[in-house]
Ligand binder design. Structure first.
Ligand code: PEP
Length: 257
C-alpha cells in the first residue's frame, strides 16, 4: 500500500435536534474550543432550518457545515426535498448521504443513494457516504456482502477525481445511538474490509486516499483508541456531538493521533 497521509474527518451529525438558535450557539461554543486544532477536518451537520445560522456561526473558523440529506434535482415540484444548490446557498460545503436512518425509515435504496451522491458531487458538495450492517446481518454472516453491496451499488460510476470529495462512513447500525461501540478490533477489521472493496472496485489510488470514518457511539473516552487503527480516518458522531465540549474532546483525540 502506498504511504498516503489521510487527514482525519470528524463530523457531528445532529440529526433532528436543535432549534436554529441552539445550533448557532453550539457552533459558537465549539469554534473557540477547536480553533487551535490542526490536522483534522471538522464538520457539523444541523437540520435544514439551521444550516444558514450554523454556517454564519462557523464563518472564518476551521469548522465546516453540512446537511444530513440532499435530493437529486436542482429545483421544482419535489415537495419536502432540498437541492445541493440550496445547501450551498446556505453556506455549506458537505452533505451526508445514506445514513442508516434514511435507509431504514425512508427506504432509501442503493440506486437512489448512488444518484444522490452523483448529483451532490456534480453540483459542488462534498459527501459523507454511509454504509453499515445491522446486528442481524452481522450475526447471520452477511456483513461483508452487505457492506460490499452498499459500497459498490452506492458509489459505482464515481471517478477518481470525484472520490477526492467523498468520505466513506462505516457505521454499524447496532452501534448507532445504542451506547455499544464496535471494539477497536471490530472497527479495524470492518474498515480494512471496506478499503479492500474500494481497492478491488475503484483501484489502488482511490483506496489509499479515501478517508473512512467510524460511526457508532463514539465518545471522548473511546475516540483515542479507535483513531489509532490504521484504517480509521475520523468519525461520524451523533449523540456525543450535541454538546460542544464532548465533540471538541473527540476532535482533539482524533487530531492528536
Ligand atoms: C450517527 O448518527 O451517525 C451516530 C453514529 O450516532 P451515535 O454517535 O449517537 O451512535
Amino acid at each position: 500500500m502506498a504511504d498516503v497521509q489521510r487527514t482525519p474527518v470528524i463530523a457531528g451529525n445532529w440529526k433532528m435536534n436543535k432549534f436554529i438558535a441552539e445550533a448557532a450557539a453550539t457552533t459558537s461554543e465549539l469554534v473557540p474550543l477547536v480553533s487551535g486544532v490542526s490536522g483534522v477536518k471538522i464538520i457539523v451537520c444541523p437540520v435544514f432550518t439551521a444550516l444558514s445560522a450554523t454556517a454564519d456561526a462557523a464563518k472564518g473558523s476551521n469548522v465546516e457545515v453540512g446537511a444530513q440529506n440532499c435530493y437529486t434535482k436542482e429545483s421544482g415540484a419535489y415537495t419536502g426535498e432540498i437541492s445541493p444548490h440550496m445547501i450551498k446557498d446556505a453556506g455549506c460545503q458537505w452533505t451526508i448521504i445514506g445514513h442508516s436512518e434514511r435507509r431504514e425509515y425512508f427506504k432509501e435504496s442503493n440506486a437512489l443513494l448512488n444518484e444522490k451522491c452523483a448529483f451532490a458531487l456534480a453540483n459542488g458538495l462534498k459527501v459523507m457516504f454511509c454504509i453499515g450492517e445491522t446486528l442481524e446481518q452481522r450475526e447471520g454472516g452477511q456483513m461483508n456482502d452487505v457492506l460490499r453491496t452498499q459500497l459498490v451499488e452506492g458509489l459505482q460510476g464515481r471517478t477518481d477525481e470525484e472520490f477526492k470529495s467523498i468520505v466513506i462512513a462505516y457505521e454499524p447500525v447496532w452501534a448507532i445511538g445504542t451506547g455499544v461501540t464496535a471494539t477497536v478490533e471490530q472497527a479495524q477489521e470492518a474498515h480494512a474490509f471496506v478499503r479492500g472493496v474500494v481497492r478491488d472496485t475503484f483501484g489502488d489510488a482511490v483506496a489509499d486516499a479515501v478517508r473512512i470514518q467510524y460511526g457508532g457511539s463514539v465518545k471522548p473516552d473511546n475516540a483515542g483508541e479507535l483513531i489509532q487503527n490504521p484504517d480509521v480516518d475520523g468519525f461520524l458522531v451523533g449523540g456525543a456531538a450535541l454538546q460542544a465540549e464532548s465533540f471538541a474532546a473527540i476532535i482533539k483525540a482524533g487530531a492528536a493521533n
